[in-house]
Design a protein around this ligand. Structure first.
Ligand SMILES: *Cc1c(COP(=O)(O)O)cnc(C)c1O
Length: 428
């Protein structure tokens, strides 16, 4: 890329969570195929991120590409108001089949954050139609649900910098996040904080929202399945709907098709996104029970008040259909299990490293929690120089590689992470 283009980017273009005056360096990628990202100089990087949990089958997948090309011949987009089309119908049929039978009605939207907004609006409308003015949500610390206002208001107050938006964000209830980790034994005390909040505020709480099992970028924590089961019981006892955010974990990442299957708990609302199109197009979905959908629909207002311009985008639906078709050959189970085994083998020895607090592995997710904050720009450069693409944050080096990654490529990633821990300069 010409120097002037690099400077233009530097000067004029926001990147995620970045500064306009002191932006972190960006790397120019010219193509991506399988698990490889190609830099301009022709150098290939092994991808450890799946473009933020989404490109589960790798890049430039022939079946996903074919689905897009086929759909583009018919129509790329058409409004969803008063119009329907088979890519959307076929996708919703698949989603209904893949999810518990209780989840019966689907709202398609354009991104994970919006699917969360939709879930929150649905719940508020649900209570409104029952004549109750319930507006608060109950969640746990260390969560992440997106960057729009509603989603921010239920994300960890420190991570999402609630303070900046102090008087703008709705105030919600935050319980302590569970300390019993996925693989440790269950400690009943984990429930105390949540139980207190739900009992004290029952009539104010519209819904409970959680990322099941895996708290993603709010801390990359894996908590105990019994926690989810107990939360579900508390919600049922207090008659409060339960929303699961499976935007990161859905479509096999944790070793189950949905993370809630680890606990056998079915939510009243389910949000999906990220991997739904295999990392090709932006698309998300909010699935609800018929009970909630009917209550909203039979109210005075009579309809659900949301309708994005690109709702049900046919290209996105077509590629999501192809993505799910690939998943349905069930290769993902073997792939994710194989990655999990290898991550245990290659990352667990790092537990003894003096720069490591904790190593966590679940499905195709590997987390190295370091004792120090990471110098992102330096470590990113170290990774790129060594031929891998990993984007660490805070004190966390985590990988969520495409399911198709070979043992050799994955070994290279864990080797480079191991090496990185030895350099003081890569930490703050
Ligand atoms: C990424 C993510 C979101 C937000 O999705 P966007 O598509 O980035 O808006 C919400 N919840 C979780 C758990 C996520 O990982």
């Amino acid at each position: 890329m010409s120097l002037s283009n690099i400077l233009f980017d530097y000067k004029h273009i926001w990147h995620p969570y970045s500064s306009m005056t002191k932006p972190l360096p960006c790397y120019s990628i010219i193509s991506a195929k399988g698990v490889y990202l190609t830099l301009e100089n022709g150098k290939k990087l092994i991808d450890g991120m799946s473009s933020w949990w989404s490109a589960i089958h790798g890049y430039n997948h022939p079946l996903l590409n074919r689905a897009l090309k086929k759909q583009i011949k018919n129509m790329s987009h058409i409004m969803f108001g008063g119009i329907t089309h088979s890519p959307a119908i076929s996708l919703c049929q698949k989603l209904i089949k893949l999810t518990p039978s209780k989840l019966d009605c689907i709202f398609l939207s354009d991104s994970g954050s919006i699917s969360i907004e939709v879930a929150m609006k649905m719940i508020i409308q649900y209570w409104n139609s029952l004549g109750q003015n319930r507006k608060k949500f109950l969640t746990i610390f260390n969560g992440y649900h997106g960057d729009t206002f509603g989603a921010m208001s239920i994300s960890d107050p420190n991570n999402s910098m609630h303070k900046i938006y102090n008087n703008v964000l709705p105030k919600n209830f935050f319980a302590e996040s569970p300390q019993s980790s996925f693989h440790s034994s269950w400690n009943e005390n984990d429930l105390i904080s949540f139980k207190k909040l739900i009992e004290k505020n029952e009539l104010k709480i519209a819904g409970v929202i959680l990322e099941p099992i895996v708290q993603g970028v709010g801390g990359m924590r894996f908590y105990h399945p019994i926690y989810l089961q107990k939360i579900k019981k508390l919600c049922d006892n207090h008659n409060i709907p339960l929303i699961f955010d499976e935007i990161a974990t859905g479509f096999g990442r944790t070793g189950k098709f949905f993370a809630f299957e680890h606990a056998n708990v079915v939510p009243d609302i389910l949000c999906l996104g990220k991997a739904m199109t295999g990392g090709t197009m932006t698309l998300a979905a909010t699935l609800t029970s018929r009970k909630i959908a009917n209550q909203i629909s039979n109210s005075k207002v009579g309809c659900f008040m949301h309708g994005p311009t690109y709702m049900g985008n046919p290209l996105a639906c077509a590629v999501a259909n192809a993505n799910i078709k690939i998943l349905q050959n069930n290769e993902w189970k073997k792939q994710v299990l194989k990655i999990e085994k290898q991550l245990y083998k290659n990352l667990f020895p790092l537990r003894k490293h003096f720069r490591v607090i904790n190593i966590r592995v679940l499905g195709a997710i590997g987390v190295v929690e370091c004792t120090q904050l990471i110098n992102i720009a330096c470590m990113q450069k170290f990774f790129v120089d060594n031929g891998v693409w990993i984007r660490p944050f805070k004190q966390l080096i985590y990988i969520v590689p495409p399911y198709i990654i070979s043992s050799r490529a994955l070994k290279k990633i864990t080797d480079v992470i191991t090496e990185a821990l030895n350099y003081k300069i890569l930490f703050i």
